[in-house]
Ligand binder design. Structure first.
Ligand SMILES: Nc1nc2c(ncn2[C@@H]2O[C@H](COP(=O)(O)OP(=O)(O)OP(=O)(O)O)[C@@H](O)[C@H]2O)c(=O)[nH]1
Ligand SMILES: [Mg+2]
Length: 197
């Protein structure tokens, strides 16, 4: 987070993280479509529309005094490009973990979560995060409770659960609003140090 008291500008970074093909890019597109800004997303993709590095876009909100600029990224889920993920994860304020709810994706969703845990270690507790169980429109889903038990959900802090269908946008805005509210709650708690430049 960058707080600029002179220019009255707050900048946040939110990352959509998760296993390969869970719907990270679709979620971001759906979010930007809601604001009529789908064209603004920059995606670095392969010829078969897989994310090579990340998707990026920003959304700004202005009130009478403050400008809130939110930088939004997705990571690539492809292990071949694993080296890019830690770079995208630097300096974040919130994570939307896009879980793939299909039974056959259970293990890779868990592996992806564990990767996140090993990247941040104890710091993950402090980072606001949402687990978005995506692809709710499909049959053959695992019981989310099974996943939450595996990751010891109830021991985590600053965390919330959502159910999404990125394809039609269901739950996407709600997840976004929720991560913002977790981030601002955290900010309030920490009485954040301000940066002026
Ligand atoms: N049925 C269904 N399909 C979805 C949903 N969200 C995404 N998909 C599909 O899942 C596939 C992968 O979606 P992407 O958004 O490219 O997934 P990703 O997580 O960005 O994938 P990588 O960047 O390659 O890791 C696409 O065919 C999407 O149309 C959903 O909610 N329901
Ligand atoms: Mg993608």
């Amino acid at each position: 987070m960058i707080l600029d008291w002179l220019e009255k500008k707050i900048q946040l970074k939110i990352v959509f993280y998760g296993p390969a093909l869970s719907g990270k890019t679709t979620s971001i597109k759906s979010l930007f479509r809601h604001f009529g800004m789908e064209e603004e997303i920059e995606s670095i993709e392969s010829s078969v529309r897989r994310t090579l590095f990340f998707d990026y876009g920003h959304i700004s909100f202005q009130n009478e005094q403050w400008l809130l600029k939110i930088h939004i990224y997705s990571t690539t889920g492809q292990d071949f490009y694993i080296v890019t993920r830690p770079i995208t994860l630097k300096g974040i304020d919130g994570i939307i973990f896009v879980a793939d709810s299909q039974k056959r994706a259970f293990d890779r969703t868990l592996t992806s979560w564990n990767e996140l845990c090993s990247f941040y270690r104890e710091e993950l507790q402090l980072i606001p995060k949402i687990i978005a169980f995506n692809k709710q429109d499909l049959d053959n889903k695992y019981n989310p409770k099974r996943f939450l038990d595996q990751i010891n959900y109830y021991k985590h802090k600053n965390i919330d659960i959502k159910y999404t269908i990125a394809l039609n946008g269901e739950g996407i805005l709600d997840s976004f609003e929720d991560i913002l509210s977790l981030i601002f709650k955290q900010l309030y708690k920490n009485q954040l140090v301000s940066a002026i430049h």
